[in-house]
Design a protein around this ligand. Structure first.
Ligand code: ATP
Length: 378
């Protein structure tokens, strides 16, 4: 926990004492200067309120990814609450297909969320570069995503922003992925369903869209909203196109609200009926009629890939346990007890995408966009 108390320069950060206290509560470590522990490197990506950089931990000589959030931005209650939720959720998670949190370091100007480094770039860029996936590759990829989602949902956590930008490859050339960005995630309970508009136009579920007008009369929703986004994601992976696309955001949302999409001949003629069946059962407007997670895991198109994915996870967990035993029995090794990433993992700056952003009409809804109505992404 905290090693020294950071002083806050009021010239730089004008925060209420209560806000400062809440920021400090996020910390595993509070220091005046992050560079006493980490050397920050290249920018890996950018979000709405953060920049993600590579970093090297001095004592471990290991690479990490560090999300840097300006404390100033946390003067906004919504931002602070979102960060608290994101960190709280990240601390609960431990899954081979979900990014691992190392620690949260709070400094006077910024808060640093230190995570394992995923240096293979975004799934978004792979789709742009290589176009659509073969069904075999798509099933292998999708099974990993699903197993991460199954785990999340078992903890009653709804991600609320499943999209290719939030799925990162572990390293260049690897087919292993991890889910990132829990900035919109919410904790669901039967007596406390989720509410509010968040996500990304192309991927947002119709029931989440019911909060679009901000009149607080939307439909409460739950885990099914992620299943809709998974349906969109599968469509994108298999075709390289968005199922719902139009020039204007409003037009996209109208298509989403009615689940109006097509399997265009040019992209879909060679795709099996089984894959299309899965998408049809996910892109269903009524969440009660939509396919459930157990049904999806058992769908004939995915079943084998899910089985192979589970075996691979079991194998990884076994290796992790064995490594921990070795660490505990080797005095030198047990001196550092952190989730050290692979030594050869090197930071990779994802290629900047030239796809236009859909401008959010409501704050927080917006994303890089795939190309227009079912045409290949370029
Ligand atoms: P958003 O506005 O989409 O919610 P955010 O501020 O929450 O974004 P992230 O989406 O978590 O930020 O990260 C922004 C980008 O930084 C990602 O799209 C990715 O390219 C890069 N990135 C994030 N985490 C990692 C990581 N662990 N390893 C490598 N790159 C990462």
């Amino acid at each position: 926990m905290a090693t020294s108390s950071a002083t806050v320069d009021p010239e730089d950060v004008q925060l209420e004492p209560d806000t400062l206290l809440r920021i400090k509560k996020l910390a595993d470590l509070t220091v005046d200067d992050i560079t006493t522990i980490y050397t920050l490197g290249d920018e890996l990506g950018r979000g709405r309120f953060s920049v993600v950089n590579s970093a090297v931990h001095h004592a471990e000589n290991a690479k990490y990814a560090v999300k840097v959030v300006e404390n100033k931005s946390l003067a906004d209650e919504e931002n602070l609450e979102a960060l608290e939720t994101e960190i709280d959720i990240l601390r609960k998670l431990d899954h081979p297909h979900i990014v691992a949190l190392k620690e949260v370091v709070v400094c006077p100007k910024d808060t640093y969320i230190v995570m394992e480094l995923l240096s293979g770039g975004e799934l978004f860029n792979r789709i742009v570069e290589q176009g659509r996936f073969s069904e075999l590759d798509a099933a292998e990829l999708f099974a990993q995503i699903l197993l991460a989602m199954e785990y999340l949902h078992s903890l009653n956590i709804v991600h609320r922003d499943v999209k290719p930008e939030n799925i990162l490859y572990v390293s260049q050339g690897s087919s292993q992925i991890k889910l990132i960005d829990f900035g919109y995630a919410g904790v669901w309970a039967p007596d406390k369903e989720l509410s509010g508009l968040c996500g990304t136009p192309d991927y947002v579920a119709p029931e989440v869209l019911s909060w679009y007008d901000e009149d607080d009369n939307g439909t409460p929703y739950g885990k099914g909203s992620d299943l809709w986004s998974l349906g969109v994601l599968l469509y994108v992976i298999l075709s390289g196109c968005s199922p719902f696309s139009a020039e204007e955001e409003e037009a996209i949302l109208q298509l989403v609200a009615k689940a109006k999409y097509e399997f265009h001949e040019s992209e879909w003629s060679t795709v099996t009926e089984s894959a299309k069946d899965l998408i049809r059962k996910l892109l269903v407007v009524d969440p009660a009629q939509r396919m459930t997670m157990p049904e999806m895991l058992n769908h004939p198109w995915l079943k084998d890939a899910v089985g192979a994915g589970r075996t691979a996870i079991d194998e990884k967990l076994k290796q992790k346990e064995e490594a921990q035993v070795v660490q505990q029995t080797t005095p030198a090794a047990s001196a550092t007890s952190t989730t050290k990433p692979a030594a050869d993992a090197s930071p990779a700056k994802p290629a900047p995408s030239d796809h236009p952003e859909i401008q959010p009409r409501v704050e927080g809804v917006g994303s890089k966009s795939l190309a227009g109505s079912c045409c290949t992404i370029s």
